[in-house]
Design a protein around this ligand. Sequence first.
Ligand code: APR
Length: 233
Amino acid sequence: MTKKIVVFTGAGVSAESGLGTFRDTEGIWARFRIEDVCTPEAWQKDPEKCVEFYNMRRRETLAAEPNLAHTAIARLQEVFPDTQVITQNIDNLHERAGSRNVLHLHGEITKLRSQKNVHDLIDLDGREQHYGDLHPDGSILRPHIVFFGEDVPNFPLACEIASQADIMIVVGTSLNVYPAASLLMYAPAHAEIYLIDPKEPNLTYYADRIGHIPAPATEGVPALVEALIEQYS
Ligand code: APR
């Protein structure tokens, strides 16, 4: 019976591709205020500032390349077809590394969405957003990003996926942001949970259940993937 593997990633998996994390020193939230660019109030107050912030992050994403962690995760899906990627990241590096079945919890930088329907998306195809462009439904398009304080529409599906895991691999997240961070609690009691991060994040609730691999993603993920392929394929 093939193993169901869930890979849950945060900004750390893309750090070695040159994309910033949020809470490390010099992180994104040390350089920009969340209240200015990533809340519904910010969008109401100064939407053009929000658009420019995400245009900047989109330019960085399109200039970045997937790293060895992204490609190792894609290889895992080749060997274990049930592997599901759940990411907090808005970049498209998992997809560009070849991963299928990527569920984004906090949105996608390559897409905009209607303000009438959170699921009604359009793909920017590498273009920049110009504030004021309209969705066909007449609403002003906004970045397809879940702002702080907004619902996380894909979270229920993510919980369903996590509850089926035989193995959960957590990569590059400080587990600071909820509900995403609570995903680990949905892994069944029998599941093996590995966490790859040079630093030990806050594991209060899960410390006894998690195997922490204190390594950068481009070292820890390929090594773990090869070990799992060796052991279970
Ligand atoms: N390899 C693996 N992990 C790394 C690396 C690396 N090379 N570099 C940094 N890390 C780790 C850090 O030690 C930290 O634990 O990645 C984690 C990044 O944590 P955060 O910056 O808090 O990012 P993340 O957990 O993804 O944030 C969650 O917060 O701001 C919101 O929506 C945003 O999705 C984001 C959410």
